[in-house]
Design a protein around this ligand. Structure first.
Ligand code: EPU
Length: 423
């Protein structure tokens, strides 16, 4: 299994291009199932999760071609041949559950494996199920699979989510585009990936209003047509690389970055003493001399501080001046990176959903293990600011969500290389 070797060094300088968003692309791809006509996505990120979704869609009979070095995905669901999302694919990637709503709406039936728990939490699907049931679906759990059917088609309804789940909002929104009548999703998720999905569905002929607010209204239509859509910028990749100069010092321009994607994160970085400048089509992040200040962080649904940047922010706080408290409110088990950071000399105490980090002057390189996608990149960031060498193993997590990570970081001066190992 490959690993990443990072050697701590000085300030970073240069530019990093930011890719299209993994989590937007993973919900835009299943939208192809809603129409017989082709859907083309541009600005797609080159990631293993995208390959997994490609395999899943192909297993359902969709055609998916990866063009222009993977940045364009040309899809067609003209002839679907299956309505079963197999456990072998779903267990690899939870976002596979996003085929449930579209298949149910287009085919009137879907069988989708329940994904099971993962490294960051139990992550049930009750909100997806309740929402689709409100639209008239009959859903039962048999042999670990959700068997969903809507023999008479779906009917619009008011669906109130008890928590603003991203995946449930996406599944219900996609299903509602082809339901009869009007659906209102109350307490909907407001993430930019939801707005991006709504934009794409509108290009396909869907009637959707209110995305980006807690109430989304969808007027069902008889059919959706083909479209071409550009995937929104990956705000989590953006935030991750904004932290690189914040941790190592220097000045880095993030191409394609926009502050509106990450307002609460930017405010925390500024409170910590980092300078952020918004340019026409980029953000420039600069840290001058001296340590950053400790700041407290609470993860929340958008527009709050994203849970997907909590691990990376913790890496920054490890060398901040003072003590910070990071509270994780989205996932119950998302501090697996803390013991690994402690191996690098960080002072962190975890109690339930809180991690208290007392900044140290310098971290020390160590062999560490990635436990999930965001944890793995937090260890790379920590390694870039540590004394000596840090070897991060289990980097297959990283390949799920960060394209060309070694190229992008070494391009701004980081000492980082991938070590191929014989298994
Ligand atoms: N939840 C339920 N019941 C449900 C659905 C969710 O209890 O039916 C709970 C989850 O267990 C979790 C919380 O609600 O505690 C938030 O889950 P949500 O449904 O909002 O998340 P998701 O759709 O499963 C997406 C991203 C995650 C990101 C979260 C939160 C994709 C493919 N994944 O997951 O991304 O952390 O939203 O913003 O869009 C990542 O990229 O590293 C990642 C984990």
């Amino acid at each position: 299994m490959d690993s990443i070797l990072v050697t701590g060094n000085g300030p970073l300088n240069g530019q990093i291009p930011i890719a299209g968003a993994k989590n937007a692309c993973l919900t835009l791809m299943p939208a192809t199932l809603l129409s017989e006509e082709p859907l083309t996505l541009t600005n797609a990120p080159r990631l293993s999760d995208i390959k997994t979704m490609t395999l899943l869609l192909q297993s359902l009979g969709a055609e998916v071609s990866s063009l222009q070095d993977g940045q364009v995905l040309a899809m067609s669901s003209h002839d679907l041949t299956s309505h079963v999302a197999d456990y072998d694919i779903v267990r690899k990637m939870r976002a596979s559950n996003l085929v449930l709503g579209p298949m149910l709406a287009r085919l009137g039936q879907a069988v989708v494996s329940l994904p099971g728990g993962c490294a960051i939490g139990a992550r049930p699907m009750d909100l997806h199920i309740h929402g689709l049931e409100a639209l008239g679906a009959e859903i039962e759990l048999k042999d670990g699979y959700l068997h969903a059917k809507a023999p008479k088609g779906l009917k619009g309804a008011v669906v109130e989510l008890s928590f603003a789940s991203v995946g449930a909002t996406e599944n219900i929104m996609m299903a509602a585009t082809l339901a009869k009548g009007t659906t209102v999703i109350k307490n909907a998720a407001r993430e930019p990936e939801i707005v991006d999905l709504a934009d794409c569905l509108r290009k396909m002929g869907a009637q959707i209003e209110g995305d980006g607010s807690p109430d989304i209204t969808i007027q069902g239509v008889d059919r959706l047509h083909g479209a071409t859509h550009q995937v929104v910028t990956d705000r989590i990749e953006l935030g991750t690389y904004m932290l690189a100069p914040a941790i190592c010092g220097g000045e880095v321009e993030l191409l394609g970055g926009r502050r509106s994607l990450l307002e609460s994160f930017c405010a925390k970085l500024e409170a910590a003493g980092i300078e952020i400048t918004e340019n026409e089509n980029s953000l420039t992040v600069c840290r001058k001399n001296g340590r950053v200040r400790a700041v407290d962080v609470v993860t929340e649904p958008f527009p709050g501080f994203p849970t997907d940047l909590q691990a990376q922010m913790m890496a920054l706080m490890c060398t901040a001046e003072g003590t910070s408290v990071l509270e994780e409110k989205i996932f119950e088990n998302r501090f697996m990176h803390a013991p690994e950071l402690v191996r690098m000399g960080a002072e962190i105490e975890v109690h339930g959903g809180h991690a208290t980090v007392t900044g140290v002057e310098k971290l020390k390189g160590a062999p560490v293990m990635a436990t999930d996608l965001r944890a793995s990149v937090s260890l790379i960031l920590a390694g870039m600011a540590a004394e000596g060498e840090t070897k991060v193993s289990r980097v297959y997590h990283l390949d799920r969500g960060y394209e060309h990570v070694v190229r992008k970081l070494s391009g701004v001066g980081a000492k980082i290389e991938r070590i191929k190992e014989q298994s």
